[in-house]
Ligand binder design. Structure first.
Ligand code: SF4
Length: 171
């Protein structure tokens, strides 16, 4: 989804920020296009997808038999029907207070050492069943990944998350 007002300094998709730079599609066309692929599950991300009301899109996707997942900073009100919610909170614009408790997965990007403490603040707000992931910021991955691995050894409730789409060169 085009559009994001969170403003992460290390954002790797800054071209997504201005929604007007991206074309609009009819929901029925989006669903049709996805039906031409082998996909069973649709992940809606951005940009910040919750800048849009996602009720109609997710209803149409679920009616067509797709699982719906979202990846969001949580900085805007939750809309849509979801089988899985990945909350990736950002320091630059905090999540709306009622969103962390609804997350199935908490994914915190680690840019510097202080982000571990910040990650724990959010881990205290999610449900007991919520998966916990730490992900190195891409440009600092060589420095940060070993720190995350050491942290996980001491705090095994956390798992390592990697931007696999970048390793396998999927946009
Ligand atoms: S929330 Fe995501 S898209 Fe928006 S600025 Fe941060 S990293 Fe970029």
């Amino acid at each position: 989804m085009g559009g994001c007002d969170v403003g992460c300094v290390w954002c790797d998709v800054k071209e997504s920020w201005d929604a007007s730079n991206h074309p609009l599609y009819k929901i029925e066309d989006l669903v049709f296009n996805i039906q031409q692929t082998p996909a069973k599950l649709v992940v809606i991300t951005g940009g910040e997808p919750l800048m849009h009301n996602l009720d109609a899109l997710t209803s149409a996707l679920q009616a067509a038999g797709f699982e719906t997942n979202i990846e969001t900073s949580g900085a805007h009100p939750l809309s849509g029907k979801w089988d899985w919610i990945c909350l990736s909170p950002k320091k630059f614009k905090a999540p709306i207070p009622n969103i962390p408790s609804q997350a199935n997965e908490l994914k915190v990007v680690i840019f510097n050492k202080s982000d571990f403490l910040w990650a724990e603040e959010y881990a205290a707000l999610v449900s007991a069943s919520c998966k916990l992931y730490l992900q190195p910021e891409w440009d600092k991955a060589a420095i940060i990944t070993p720190l995350i691995i050491e942290y996980i050894k001491q705090h095994p409730q956390w798992e390592l998350s990697l931007q696999i789409h970048k390793y396998i060169n999927v946009p």
